[in-house]
Design a protein. Sequence first.
Length: 132
Amino acid sequence: DVYKRQVDNRIEVWDLQGNLLEGSMVSSAGPDRNSIYIQALLLNPEGSKLIVIASDYGMYTKSLDISVIDNPLQTQVTVFDIQGGSLSEISKTHIDGHHVDSYSVGNNVHVVTRMMLNTWNFEEMREIHGIL
C-alpha cells in the first residue's frame, strides 16, 4: 500500500512506513512551468490511474486588449498510470476556466470550471469611444 499527496505542483508517493518512494511534478503550459497548483487527486475504481486536476496560471496574461472573457485561466487534467509505487504520465489536457470542483463516478471524471464575462468593459468602451 502507498499513500499519495500533493504539494503545490508536486505529487509525492509514500509507503505506509513513511518512506518517500517517488516524486512527480505537473507543469504549466505557460512560460513559468511552476505556475500551476494541484486542486484535486482522483483515483479510478481499480486504483490503476491517478487523475490530477490543477489550476494552470501560466497561460494567464494581463492584456490591454478588450476581451469578453475576464481572467481566462485554465484547468489542467493529467492522467498518470500507477504501477506499484511508480507514476507515469499517459495524458494531459486543458479545459478553459478556473477550477471550481471535480469528482469521479466510476471511470468518469467530472470537472467544473468557471469563467467570467467582462461585459462592463464593452459598455464603457462604447460610451467613451463610440465603438462596438
